[in-house]
Design a protein around this ligand. Structure first.
Ligand code: MSP
Length: 547
C-alpha cells in the first residue's frame, strides 16, 4: 500500500477566537505539507476544532445561546483565517460531527468490554468554580486552597477510569527504543522523565448533571466523555479508523495508507496529553509499536517576554495582522523568525522590517531589476548559455561565493533543500534568501548597466541576465512552500509554465535544476511583487541573509 505523508496539528479550542499561536502552528504545518507535495510525496494534512467541554458549555451559557451555535460561530473564525493565510488542509476535524461521535463511542465500548475502562468512586476536595477535584499539589504554602479555586467542598463522585498506569512500562520501553519519536530531542527526554513519575489511572467521564456538552458514554448514558477520548481521537476518527477492529491489519485501507501521523503540537500539550495518554490509548486499542505517531513540538509565541493572555490584554490577532500586512508578510515572519522548538517574542516592528529586508528589498527587488534589464537590454528575450561556456566562469570569478557555483553544486538548490534537517522550515527560508542574496550580489559585481554600454561585453551580459532569470525560477520553486502566492507571482512574471497558473503542480523540486529556461525565452513585464511597507515602523534590519 503506498504511504501518504500524514500530518496533523492540534485541534483548536473553540472557546475563543484564533490567536497568533494558532496561526503559527497552522502555517508551520502548511509549509511542511507543501514542502512534501513539492517533493511529489502524497500528503494528507488534517486539522480542525475542539468543540466540546466545560469551558465551551459555560461560555455559551454566559451569552445565552446553545453550545452548538456558539461553536459554529467561532469555527467560522478559524476557517476564515485559514483561508486568508492560504492554509491548504486536506481534512477538517470538527469534534461535534456524528462520524466522530460514533467512532469515539465505538472505541470506548470496546475498551470497556476488554476491561480497560472501569467505574470507581472519587472522593476529595472539589472546586466549584473550576469544576475539578483538587489534589494536595494545589494547596498553597499555608496548607489552604488559594482564592483562584473559589468555593471548595468535600465531595464523593463516581466516574469512569481508563487503565493508564497498567501501560507505563510499555511506554517507557517504547520511548527508550524509539529516540526519534519526539522532535526536538530535549522534549523526548522531558517526556521520559514525566512517564517515569506516572501514577494512577485517567478519569475519562463527567456525570451529565455537571457536564452535558460532550459525547455520551455508550455503556452509561448518565455520563459524558471528558476530554481525552474525544479530543485526541480525532486524529484517527477522521481518516477512517474502524473501532470495531482490534487488529491493525484489519483496518480499512484508506486508514492504513495514512497512518501513522506526524503530530505538530505546542510544548504545553506534549505532557501528559499527547506524549502519555495518546500512545497508551493507541496501545490499548491494539496499535502495534511500529504504528505509533511521532511529534513535532514547537515553542510558544510570547509578547515582551510574557505569555499572551486575555487578562493581560496582549493577545495578538492574526486576522488583523493579515489584513494590515498581507498573508505573505505574516507567513514569512512566522516561519523565518521562530527557531523550531524554541519560544519567540512577537514584534510587529520586526515583522515589517523582515518583510522589507527579505521580501521587498531582496527577492522583490531582484525580480524587478532582472526583468527590467532583460527588457531594456534584450527586448525581453534571454539567451541560454552552455554549461562549459567561459562566460559562466567569468561570472563565477566576479562574485566571491558565487551564485552559479552555489546553485550548481547543490543541483539548483534541490539536494540541499531536499535534505534539510527534520522539518527545519526556518532553514528553508534562510536557504531561499541566500540564493536571492547571491543573485543580487551578481548584479552588484557585474554592473550590467555598464556591460550594456560596451559591445565587447555583450556575451557576458547575456550570461548574467540568463543566470539571474534562472536563479529567480529556482527561487520561486524553493519559496513555494512558504509563500505560495509570491512563487506564482514570480513564475507569472517570468512567463514560465503559464498553462499551470494557480495550480500547485506548477512547482516541483525535480525542476529546481539548473538550466531549464530555454534559449530565446521571453519574460513578462515586471510588476511589484512585494511592495515595501512604509509604516514608519522599520528599523535597521539589513538585507543580508544573516539573521
Ligand atoms: N484543544 C486542545 C488540543 C487538543 S489536541 C487533541 C488545545 N487547544 S488550544 O487552542 O489551546 O491550542 C491549540 C494549539 O495551539 C496547541 O498546539 C497549542 O500548543 C498551540 N498554542 C497555544 N498558544 C500558543 C502560543 N502562544 N504560541 C504557539 N502555540 C500556541 O490545546
Amino acid at each position: 500500500m503506498p504511504k501518504t505523508f500524514y500530518l496533523t496539528t492540534a485541534i483548536d479550542y473553540t472557546n475563543g477566537p484564533p490567536h497568533l499561536g494558532h496561526a503559527y502552528e497552522k502555517v508551520l504545518a502548511d509549509v511542511i505539507a507543501r514542502y512534501h507535495r513539492l517533493k511529489s510525496d502524497a500528503v494528507f494534512f488534517l486539522t480542525g476544532v475542539d468543540q466540546h467541554g466545560q469551558k465551551v458549555q459555560r461560555s455559551a451559557e454566559k451569552v445565552g445561546i446553545a453550545p452548538q451555535q456558539f461553536v459554529d460561530e467561532l469555527t467560522t473564525k478559524f476557517t476564515g483565517l485559514w483561508k486568508k493565510l492560504e492554509i491548504e488542509y486536506d481534512g477538517w476535524a470538527a469534534t461535534t460531527e456524528p462520524l466522530h461521535k460514533h467512532c469515539v463511542q465505538g472505541m470506548l465500548q470496546r475498551l470497556y468490554e476488554e476491561g480497560q475502562i472501569y467505574k470507581d468512586k472519587q472522593e476529595g476536595y472539589y472546586s466549584i468554580r473550576q469544576e475539578q477535584f483538587l489534589t494536595e499539589k494545589e494547596r498553597g504554602p499555608d496548607g489552604e486552597f488559594g482564592p483562584e479555586w473559589g468555593e471548595v467542598e468535600h465531595r464523593v463522585e463516581e466516574n469512569y477510569y481508563f487503565r493508564l498506569a497498567q501501560h507505563k512500562d510499555w511506554l517507557l520501553g517504547y520511548l527508550k527504543n524509539h529516540p526519534n519519536c519526539v522532535t526536538p530531542a530535549f522534549r523526548q527526554i522531558e517526556l521520559i522523565n514525566a512517564v517515569e513519575k506516572l501514577t494512577g489511572d485517567l478519569c475519562i467521564s463527567r456525570p451529565k448533571s455537571r457536564l452535558s456538552w460532550g459525547i455520551e458514554l455508550p455503556f452509561d448514558r448518565e455520563y459524558v466523555n471528558y476530554v481525552w477520548f474525544d479530543a485526541l481521537t480525532n486524529y484517527i476518527s477522521f481518516i477512517g479508523y474502524d473501532p470495531s477492529k482490534k487488529e491493525f491489519a484489519d483496518q480499512p485501507d484508506e486508514f492504513q495508507e495514512k497512518w501513522p501521523a506526524l503530530h505538530i503540537i505546542g510544548k504545553d500539550i506534549l505532557v501528559p496529553a499527547h506524549g502519555i495518554y495518546w500512545p497508551i490509548m493507541l496501545h490499548a486499542l491494539g496499535f502495534p509499536d511500529d504504528q505509533m505517531p511521532s511529534f513535532l513540538v514547537h515553542g510558544w509565541w510570547n509578547v515582551s517576554g510574557a505569555k499572551m493572555s486575555k487578562s493581560l490584554g496582549n493577545v495578538i490577532d492574526p486576522a488583523a495582522l493579515t489584513d494590515k500586512y498581507g498573508a505573505e508578510a505574516l507567513r514569512y515572519y512566522l516561519v523565518e523568525t521562530m527557531i523550531l522548538g524554541q519560544d519567540s517574542d512577537f514584534s510587529e516592528e520586526q515583522l515589517v522590517a523582515r518583510y522589507n529586508a527579505a521580501l521587498a528589498n531582496s527577492i522583490g527587488n531582484l525580480l524587478s531589476r532582472t526583468l527590467t534589464m532583460i527588457w531594456k537590454y534584450r527586448g525581453g528575450k534571454i539567451g541560454r548559455i552552455k554549461d562549459d561556456d567561459e562566460r559562466l566562469t567569468a561570472c563565477r570569478k566576479m562574485i566571491g561565493m558565487e551564485i552559479i557555483g552555489y546553485l550548481e553544486a547543490c543541483d539548483g538548490g534541490k539536494n540541499e533543500y531536499a535534505s534539510l534537517p527534520a522539518h527545519s522550515v526556518e532553514s528553508a527560508a534562510h536557504h531561499t534568501l541566500m540564493a536571492s542574496w547571491h543573485a543580487n550580489q551578481l548584479i552588484e559585481k557585474t554592473q550590467p548597466y555598464k556591460l550594456a554600454k560596451n559591445e565587447d561585453e555583450a556575451e557576458l551580459l547575456d550570461a548574467v541576465l540568463y543566470t539571474l532569470a534562472e536563479c529567480l525560477r529556482i527561487i520561486a520553486i524553493l519559496l513555494s512552500s512558504i509563500l505560495p502566492k509570491a512563487a506564482h507571482g514570480i513564475f507569472d512574471q517570468l512567463n514560465w509554465k503559464m498553462e499551470l497558473s494557480g495550480k500547485e503542480e506548477r512547482f516541483s523540486l525535480d525542476e529546481a535544476e539548473w538550466g531549464r529556461l530555454p534559449d530565446g525565452h521571453v519574460v513578462g513585464k515586471p510588476t511589484p511583487l512585494f511592495p515595501r511597507i512604509e509604516s514608519g515602523l522599520q528599523n535597521q534590519a539589513t538585507d543580508s541573509p544573516a539573521r
